[in-house]
Design a protein around this ligand. Structure first.
Ligand code: PMP
Length: 424
């Protein structure tokens, strides 16, 4: 007998939202493949190639037959290198190889972390994850899948998209299990300063000694190396009072142009970090077993032999940030924060809601705006809805991981689109 026509997927998966960034990226690629002159500003990945030394290292490792399973958390040499790297570049104390787990991308690092932290609880009693928004689209669905209730802390361009200590303090409850931070931020490209993070850390330390003893901080620092100078990167896990309750995730994908290698890592400090990594490792062992050993040769090379390539890419992103910020600021009804790290801008387009496009499409949300922009100007951007249920409909995300030429042409097309909007 055939399987019933309608397959019953698990409730967990049926209720899971598909990634909107991946959806726009795929639509833009399909239009382009069909011959349309589409400018793609949706991709969250560098347009550069992986540095040659990293590629060679992986090819050599394959030729040396490093093609078998490796230790579940990653081979000891790579974890030792990562522990040194984390200690020196992020100043996080108490990190040895036993405090580090190598994962298949930062996405998997977060997935394993959420599954390891949150317990499934009856409705109304869920553990809470505080999430400053706008935030990257996958934090919330992945945490909810693990059983968390996600509590959004709203921010806007006027406060540089950053939460304040008072805002954090008033959001913490006895059910708070985690604060999720991401600096530099996708989609906002703003960064917390050392002083700002120390002030947030003080609030966490105080709450941990009173109402939320099991509260942790999860810090996604994937864009740590893509910073443009005005705000130095700072790791909140380096603050001694909360080092042993901070989980830091990072990876080579964005800064070394290695998105397709699917590499990332999780680390923690002291006894807390050791127990965390043991838990994560158990879960990795029951899911993917380990990451491919030959790809770790590329990771070691990236971290030790590719400084010049890293700097060249960082400089290119910095120049692009200046151009896109200057060009977008000239457009009417666009409010945005200056990008100081990562490679996105997240303009507030709410001045243009309630209009019609040149071809008559109703523009009542960011999704309408992005859809008409793609249809009428062949410019692909990600609508903001999935970056925040509270504020997303007022924003679009534009990735500037593309050439200066494309950035200038994109800003021209966006300007033409806005000029064609009417309030009739
Ligand atoms: N965190 C953030 C903030 C990101 O922007 C992304 C990718 N867009 C990820 C995690 C996932 O990274 P990876 O490709 O290494 O899984």
């Amino acid at each position: 007998m055939n399987y019933p026509a309608r397959m019953n997927l698990s409730a967990r998966v049926s209720s899971l939202k598909a990634s909107s960034t991946v959806a726009v990226m795929n639509k833009a690629k399909a239009l382009k493949a069909a011959g349309a002159d589409v400018l793609n500003f949706s991709a969250g990945e560098p347009d550069f190639d992986t540095p040659e030394p990293a590629k060679r290292a992986a090819i050599n490792a394959i030729n040396a037959n490093l093609t078998r399973y490796i230790d579940t958390p990653g081979d000891p040499a790579t974890r030792e290198l990562l522990a040194r790297h984390i200690s020196t570049t992020s100043n996080i104390p108490g990190v040895t190889k036993d405090h580090v787990l190598v994962t298949a991308g930062v996405k998997m690092a977060l997935y394993l972390t959420y599954q390891t932290l949150f317990d499934l609880q009856p409705p109304g009693q869920e553990q809470e994850m505080l999430l400053p928004v706008p935030a990257w689209v996958s934090f919330s669905p992945m945490a909810r899948l693990a059983g968390a209730k996600v509590v959004e802390l709203p921010t806007g361009p006027e406060q540089d998209f950053k939460i304040t200590p008072a805002q954090l303090k008033s959001a913490i409850t006895p059910r708070t299990r985690a604060l999720m931070l991401n600096t530099p931020s996708n989609p906002c490209s703003t960064m917390y300063s050392q002083a700002e993070l120390e002030a947030l850390a003080a609030v966490v330390a105080e709450a941990a000694s009173t109402i939320a003893p099991e509260m942790v901080v999860i810090s996604d620092e994937l864009y740590q190396n893509i910073v443009f100078g005005s705000v130095p990167h700072f790791s909140i896990g380096s603050v001694p009072s909360i080092a042993e309750r901070t989980i830091t995730v990072n990876g080579p994908g964005k800064s070394f142009a290695m998105t397709g290698w699917r590499l990332g890592w999780v680390s923690g400090s002291g006894e807390f970090g050791k127990q965390l990594v043991a838990g994560l490792s158990k879960l990795q062992g029951q899911s993917i077993t380990c990451v491919p050993g030959f790809s770790l040769a590329a990771l070691r090379s990236a971290l030790t032999e590719c400084d010049a390539e890293l700097e060249a890419m960082r400089t290119a992103f910095a120049a692009r940030a200046e151009v896109i910020y200057a060009e977008l600021r000239k457009l009417p009804g666009i409010k945005l924060a200056r990008p100081v790290g990562a490679f996105y801008v997240f303009p507030d387009i709410s001045a243009h809601l309630g209009t019609h496009s040149a071809k008559g499409a109703k523009i009542n949300s960011a999704a309408d705006f992005a859809s008409a922009l793609l249809d009428e100007q062949q410019m692909a951007v990600v609508p903001g809805e999935d970056f925040s249920s509270l504020l997303g409909h007022k924003h679009i995300r534009i990735s500037f991981a593309c050439s200066l030429e494309q950035i200038r042409e994109g800003c021209r097309r966006l300007g033409a689109f806005i000029a064609g909007l009417n309030r009739a």
